[in-house]
Design a binder for this molecule. Structure first.
Ligand code: SF4
Ligand code: SF4
Length: 82
C-alpha cells in the first residue's frame, strides 16, 4: 500500500498549483485530502475515476506530496468495490 504519509513532514499548502495543471479539471488538493480520509463517496462524487494518472499534479506539487500514487491506489480500491 502506498504510504500517503511518506512525506509526513509535508502538508498541503493550498497553493493550488496542482489545480492549474490538471488536464481533467479535477481538484487534486481536495482529492488528496479525501483520499487520506478514505472518503470513497466524496472521491467518486469529485470524479477521481476521471483522473488520467498523468502525474502533472505530483510533479508540480509544492509540498512534493505523492498525489498520483495515492490516486492510483484509491482508484484501484474503488474499482474493486464496484
Ligand atoms: S494525475 Fe490525475 S489529478 Fe493529477 S493532474 Fe493528472 S489527471 Fe489531474
Ligand atoms: S500543489 Fe500540492 S501543496 Fe499545492 S495545493 Fe496542490 S496538493 Fe496542496
Amino acid at each position: 500500500m502506498i504510504d500517503g504519509n511518506r512525506n509526513s513532514d509535508k502538508i498541503c499548502l493550498n497553493c493550488l498549483a496542482c489545480v492549474e495543471v490538471c488536464p481533467e479539471k479535477l481538484l487534486p488538493n481536495y482529492l488528496y485530502a479525501m483520499a487520506r480520509k478514505k472518503a470513497i463517496d466524496q472521491l467518486v462524487d469529485s470524479c477521481l475515476m476521471e483522473c488520467s494518472e498523468c502525474g502533472n499534479c505530483s510533479r508540480i506539487c509544492t509540498s512534493e506530496l505523492p498525489l498520483k500514487e495515492v490516486f492510483q491506489e484509491m482508484k484501484a480500491l474503488i474499482a474493486d468495490l464496484s
